[in-house]
Each structure stands twice: as structure tokens, then as C-alpha cells.
Design a protein around this ligand. Structure first.
Ligand code: EMZ
Length: 388
């Protein structure tokens, strides 16, 4: 293949250099996209003018206001509420840094890759990345591995059906499931995330079921297609750059850097919105109260004023202040888990896999007004050969 499928072009570069902003419509609620790293950071800090605690679903692009009423927590809150709520749940989301947790992730991923190597060919997205993501999530929830089967059956996105459209019926499957699990945990508390949430205190009272549901919806939705894309895109890269996989085998201490570089380059979450609370300006363009702006992580991560050769993957990149996990007080709470899963996935590849062959693929392209951005693959048919 001449053109490398692991090359993800930067569609924002001209607009970023010339204007600093881009524009897109989203279900008749337009978005002004901030494209420069500096502006993205500044705006992320300024929660008074650019709020997250808007109508539930509105800061997500594409907007989810028509498919959910539950506020996702803590991410659809602003300080000071956000600070207190995040404080309650944050420690739980740092458990992935524990050695025992890492060992358990490693067992899961090793066995998934062993199974995959027995097949002549398989789809990286649905046959490997999705099961890895779903099984690892049982560790984050602290529940039996068995439950992953149910989640795998939901497919790669919990709010979108294969055609990409937001899907209310599909979303309802998730909401009903979470309600049911919370009921069970309320009746019979255990050591799992549902139970821990229901026992936590916020503003001097117990967390409500609706609030616990808000955390669970975010945990299910936020780390799903993002992790799946990250694993799949990294695999495509290694298929086309076997020398990089070899280098990481020789120098495993670089794997952490490689993970950061993949998150920068592939930016699995393109952008996140904010709602403007008062008439203001972004990049010298008027931004009226009650309109939306977005922090375009994917563009900021290719900002040539910050990153040297931004369109190249350098697995040992030295300075890498990327915003792939967001920035400021809202930066991704699932990041320790995502980083651990990616790190171990790469580690297991270096230990077991000798060759990755791409057989077929279908790209996943996001339509963002004036821009088109590749975010991953709908499918990536591959073959893995064990180290000889
Ligand atoms: C929301 C979002 C969170 C949203 C950090 O990102 O991820 C999206 O995939 C979901 O659709 O609801 O959870």
C-alpha cells in the first residue's frame, strides 16, 4: 500500500493559522471551534464565560440534548460544584495506577491477544479493541468479568448506531441497564462502583440515584469509542511501522512516551464544547451569550507553534504538552485507566506479536462543517503473527 492508512491528516491547519477558528453547524446549534492550543487552554480555564454546566448533552458535539436528560457527572458541572463532586470520585478513578490492577489488565489483554493470534483474520475494532475495552471496564467498576459480555453486545458506541446517527432507543438500553444496576446496589451494597457512589456524600447528603447514574453514563460513554479508536489506530500504525514496535520491544521504557504520542496524534476525542454565558469574543470573532464554542483538542494537538513536526508520529517525542485528555479542571478522569490499557496493550504486542498485516479497512470520517477529520476505523481487518 502506497498511502499509509495510519497517516491521519490535519484538516485544521489552514484555518488554525489564518483565523484561529472554524465553524460547523450541529443540529441547528452552531459551534465556533477554537483551533490553537493557547486559545483552547485559556478558554478551558475560563469556566465563568465558557460553561460546562449547561443543559445536559449540549456541550457534547454532536449535541446529545435530544437523547438524554441525565447530567453526566462531574463533567457537566462548573466550579465550585464541580470541584466538590470530582473530589468525591477522583480517587476511585486513580486505582488503575495500582500494580495489582495493572496485572489484572495484563492478564485480560494477554489472553485476548493469544486468542486473536489463533485466527486467520479478524476485525481489530469489534473482535479485539471492543472486548479489551469492555473487559477492562469491569476492573474499573470492580465487578465480575462476566458482565463484559452484555456491554460487548452493545457495539462500539452507546449512543450511536452504526450509521453514526444519535440513537435514542440505543441510549435507553444503557439508561435502563444503569437504573437496574443501581437498584441492585442500593438493595445489596458491595465493593463495586455503583455501591461506592450510592454511599458517597455530596453537599452534606448522600448522592442521589440520578447523580450516581450521571457518573455511570459518563464512565460508560466517555471511554468507549475513544479507547477503541486509540487501540485500533495504534495497531494500524504498528502494522505500517514494524520498526517502531521493535524499538519499543528493545526500549520498553519508551512505551509511556509512545502512549502520549498516540493520544496527541490520533486525538480520539476531537473536541468538547462549552456554552457562552455572556457576549464575548473568541479570536476576534463575536461569540454571543447562549451560543457554543468548542475546544478542538485534535487541532490544538497539531499546533505547529508548539509541536515540532506535528504531523509526524515520534514515539519518543520529548516535549509533548498535548491536550488529548483535555485541559484544566475538567481533564479526563478516565485517563489513568485509558493510559494503563494502552500501555499494556502495546507491551503485550511487543512481547507476543511478530507481524501485523492489514487486510482490509473502512475509515471513520467525521464531518465537521468546513472540515473532514479521520478519527479511526469502522473496521480494520488484520492478521497477527506470533513472534517466530
Ligand atoms: C460524553 C463524552 C465524554 C458523551 C469525555 O467525553 O463522550 C462521548 O462519547 C459521549 O457520547 O455523552 O460522555
Amino acid at each position: 500500500m502506497d498511502k499509509k492508512i495510519s497517516e491521519f491528516k490535519d484538516p485544521f491547519s489552514t484555518a488554525r493559522k489564518e483565523k484561529g477558528i472554524g465553524e460547523m453547524d450541529d443540529q441547528n446549534d452552531p459551534v465556533q471551534m477554537l483551533l490553537r492550543l493557547k486559545d483552547v487552554r485559556k478558554t478551558a480555564h475560563n469556566w465563568k464565560t465558557f460553561q460546562s454546566g449547561a443543559k445536559p448533552g449540549r456541550i457534547v458535539i454532536p449535541s446529545e440534548v435530544d437523547i438524554r436528560e441525565t447530567r453526566q457527572l462531574p463533567f457537566e458541572l462548573d466550579p465550585p460544584e464541580h470541584t466538590e463532586f470530582r473530589g468525591i470520585v477522583e480517587d476511585w478513578f486513580k486505582r488503575p495506577q495500582n500494580e495489582e490492577y495493572a496485572q489484572n489488565v495484563k492478564k485480560q489483554i494477554s489472553s485476548a491477544i493469544d486468542d486473536a493470534m489463533l485466527k486467520e483474520s479478524f476485525d481489530m475494532v469489534t473482535d479485539l479493541a471492543l472486548p479489551i475495552q469492555s473487559r477492562a471496564l469491569t476492573l474499573l467498576f470492580n465487578i465480575p468479568l462476566e458482565e463484559a459480555k452484555v456491554w460487548i453486545s452493545w457495539g462500539t458506541h452507546v449512543f450511536r448506531s452504526e450509521g453514526e446517527a444519535l440513537d435514542k432507543d440505543k441510549a435507553n438500553v444503557l439508561y435502563d441497564y444503569i437504573d437496574e444496576q443501581l437498584e441492585k446496589a442500593a438493595k445489596n451494597p458491595g465493593e463495586d462502583l455503583y455501591s461506592v457512589l450510592l454511599q458517597s456524600e455530596y453537599q452534606g447528603r448522600k448522592i442521589t440515584k440520578e447523580e450516581a447514574k450521571g457518573v455511570m453514563v459518563l464512565t460508560f460513554a466517555g471511554g468507549r469509542d475513544t479507547i477503541i479508536n486509540a487501540l485500533t489506530n495504534a495497531t494500524a500504525y504498528f502494522a505500517e511501522h514494524p520498526e517502531s514496535l521493535n524499538r519499543l520491544k528493545e526500549e520498553p521504557q519508551l512505551i509511556g512516551k509512545a502512549v502520549e504520542e498516540f493520544v496527541r496524534y490520533f486525538s480520539p476525542l476531537t473536541q468538547m464544547g462549552r456554552v457562552v454565558t455572556e457576549d464575548t469574543y473568541v479570536c476576534e470573532h463575536a461569540a454571543k451569550a447562549d451560543t457554543r464554542v468548542s475546544l478542538c483538542w485534535a487541532s490544538a494537538n497539531r499546533d505547529e507553534t508548539v509541536f515540532e513536526n506535528p504531523n509526524e508520529i515520534q514515539i519518543d517525542r520529548k516535549m509533548n504538552p498535548h491536550v488529548g485528555f483535555g485541559f484544566s479542571h475538567h481533564k479526563c478522569m478516565g485517563a489513568p485507566h485509558a493510559r494503563q490499557v494502552m500501555k499494556i496493550f502495546i507491551e503485550v504486542l511487543t512481547e507476543k506479536v511478530g507481524q501485523i498485516e492489514i487486510l482490509d479497512f473502512k475509515e471513520n470520517i467525521e464531518e465537521l462543517g468546513e472540515f473532514e477529520r479521520k478519527v479511526g476505523f469502522h473496521n480494520l481487518q488484520i492478521n497477527l503473527k506470533p513472534i517466530a
